[in-house]
Design a protein around this ligand. Structure first.
Ligand code: AMP
Length: 634
């Protein structure tokens, strides 16, 4: 048995011993005496009774040894700003922010919704929430007012923290009008809104509700705000993710389990060491941003680079496809984390850019969020000359489920496979309808996780235990297992391959979107009778959304001009309500949608036809001509 196999075996056979040991990687106020409570499956309480604070672990505990070392390095190629904050400076910034939150009435257990671009103040706010025991709910800045409104209603925040604008590729995206519209649409009204002004866009302030951050921060310049110690099982944050219904799910995470999971992953998976620099190119609006821009690297005592901008633009705002590698050289990055889609963008740049900088500090590049195709993996592996490590996980898990634990044993990677199950995870492949475990190599089934789920894994869906159990734990007949909703196979060496979603979730440039959410938005257009949205393979973004619309008025079917107009309106509606990410790449008009005789939309058949694949068994289809029409249009 290899060193890693033994490590993994121990983690699942003796989880109490294993995780008690990992718990020593972090600081506790009251150290754990009990490791886990599984008395209410599938819920798991990790380290019940112990008390902890995430912000203390990310900042305060490092102050004696590395107060002056870099903690957060902010680089914006959108605004040309580059600034490094030491642990001491981060400590001061976070305390100021925490004092402002308190002055605005925020206390333990209150929700603070963060709708911000990639600026350091977003990280300060997250850490300030953690410091005072408030629950942060970060909503990706690329979402528009409709998506934001539904999240405001679900999270019912006391305070919303935002900024005047974000910027992408030099294009300013004003946030405040989107936020105002979202608050208007939402049933819940926050007590206050705190606004950081980057001077990118004008802001209309609502008296009595909106507060500019700068004067408040100045008032609390020298604030000392002690950490509020939380029970390990108390909530650190919620983060929304898309499922198969239009209603987003608030993935809820604990505090102690999360801290332990991150500290362990920094050591065993990412092999990142205190004093080094970690560079994750993700966004704080996604789970990777939470775990591996903000909390994970800081907990490990590393400096974390927070990057605002495209991978192809320099600090002087001129095109520069080498900017990331320039940062690796400059900050001696040892661990880097990105997404396949970003690498596919870089692949179009001059390969000489990979050789222009001294990348000798870099030990590995981790890629996640979507399947890593072999040509992309080979291109970047050849260019960088360091291991490229695919890692498979989900918002729900908070840290990798399947990858290579580089810090335990540098097992070889296999192209196309993220690797093997991580310690703490009992990953199985089950037959879709019988629930029987598939143990022979290369049998395709649903990837599931057997309980108890490890520390860091979601506790539940915010305010909805029943939905958590029904959605994730009851999909396989006769077994209570967590479904990842991904298809997979395992080869003869135990390496897993992920083969796409079993549900109607699509993955655009590494971002997860529910097709139902997009369909609901499109059906709201007065000219739309019916709509089906599917994800279609795309060479750059992995997948893009494609919409097939049955118009109310046949003109869009007969007349090109009418079709173009309706297409433009549909696209704008999605961009305005959900955000540009969700905007379909194409809208096609059809007279009918393919359905089963019982009226169920055949999304998978539509998708297969769009990708020139065999649509499979169509015996239950009501109207074969409908699918034929799609074939001709796609
Ligand atoms: P999210 O919760 O947005 O991170 O999306 C999680 C989903 O992205 C998973 O259920 C997979 O469908 C997909 N995914 C994430 N990482 C990988 C990977 N390394 N390989 C294949 N699919 C992945």
């Amino acid at each position: 048995m290899s060193a890693y196999d033994e490590f993994q075996r121990r983690s699942v056979e003796a989880p109490e011993d294993f995780w008690a040991e990992q718990a020593k990687l972090i600081d506790w106020q009251t150290p754990p005496t009990r490791i886990l409570d599984t008395s209410r499956p599938p819920f798991v309480d990790w380290f019940p009774g112990a008390t902890i604070n995430l912000c203390h672990n990310a900042i305060d505990r490092h102050l004696p040894a590395r107060g002056r070392q870099a903690a957060l390095i902010f680089v914006s190629t959108e605004t040309g700003v580059e600034r490094s904050y030491s642990f001491d400076e981060l400590h001061a910034e976070v305390q100021r922010t925490a004092a402002v939150l308190q002055a605005l009435g925020v206390g333990k257990g209150d929700r603070v919704l963060i709708y911000m671009p990639m600026i350091p103040e977003a990280a300060f706010t997250m850490l300030a929430c953690a410091r005072i025991g408030a629950i942060h709910c970060v909503v990706f800045g690329g979402f528009a007012s409709g998506s934001l409104a539904s999240r405001i209603d679900d999270a019912t925040p006391k305070l919303i923290v935002s900024a005047d604008a974000g910027s992408r590729g030099g294009k300013v995206l004003a946030y405040k009008p989107l936020l105002d519209e979202a608050i208007r649409l939402a049933r819940h009204e926050p007590d206050a809104v705190l606004l950081f002004d980057r001077q990118l866009a004008a802001m209309d302030l609502t008296d009595g509700r909106d507060h500019l951050a700068a004067p408040l921060l100045e008032r609390h310049r020298d604030a000392r705000v002690p950490c509020t110690w939380l029970e390990s099982t108390e909530i650190s944050y919620t983060i929304y993710t898309s499922g198969t219904t239009g209603k987003p799910k608030g993935v809820q995470r604990d505090t102690g389990g999360y801290a332990v999971a991150l500290a362990a992953s920094m050591k065993h998976i990412f092999d990142g060491r205190a004093g080094e620099t970690y560079f994750s190119t993700s966004d704080i609006g996604w789970v990777v941003g939470h775990s591996y821009i903000v909390y994970g690297p800081l907990i490990a005592g590393m400096a974390s680079i927070m990057y605002e901008g495209l991978p192809t633009q320099g600090l002087d705002q001129q095109p520069d496809g080498g900017i990331w590698w320039q940062l690796v050289e400059k900050y001696k990055v040892s661990v880097m984390f990105s997404a396949p889609t970003a690498i596919r963008v870089l692949k179009k740049q001059d390969p000489a850019l990979l050789k222009k900088y001294d990348l000798s500090s870099l030990r590995a590049l981790f890629l996640a969020g979507e399947p890593l195709d072999e040509p992309t993996a080979r291109w970047i592996a050849d260019g960088l000359g360091v291991p490229i490590i695919d890692n498979y996980w989900q918002t729900e898990s908070g840290w990798p489920i399947i990858t290579i634990a580089n810090g335990v044993e540098k097992k070889p990677s296999k192209f196309g496979s993220p690797g093997v199950p991580m310690y703490g995870y009992k990953v199985r492949i089950l037959h879709e309808s019988t629930g029987e475990e598939l143990t022979r190599p290369n049998e395709k089934g649903v990837v599931v996780v057997e309980g108890p789920t490890p520390p860091g894994f979601m506790q539940t869906i915010w305010k909805d235990d029943r939905r958590f159990v029904d959605t994730y734990w009851k999909t396989v007949p006769g077994k209570m297992v967590y479904s990842t909703f991904d298809w997979g196979i395992r080869d003869e060496d135990g390496y897993f391959y992920i083969l796409g979603r079993t549900d109607d979730v699509i993955n655009v440039a590494g971002h997860r979107l529910g097709t139902r959410e997009i369909e609901e938005c499109i059906s709201g257009h007065a000219g739309v009778a019916e709509v089906a949205v599917v994800g279609v393979a795309d060479s750059l973004k992995g997948q893009v959304a494609m919409a097939f619309v049955v118009p109310k008025d046949g003109a869009a079917l007969a007349d090109d001009g009418a079709a173009r107009q309706l297409e433009g309106e549909v696209m704008k509606r999605v961009a305005d309500e959900l955000g540009a990410l969700a905007r379909p790449a194409r809208v096609r008009f059809v007279s009918a949608l393919p359905k089963t005789r019982s009226g169920k939309l055949l999304r998978r058949a539509i998708q297969a036809v769009c990708e020139q694949r065999d649509p499979g068994d169509l015996t239950t289809m009501d109207d074969p001509a409908a699918l034929e029409q799609i074939r001709q249009l796609s």
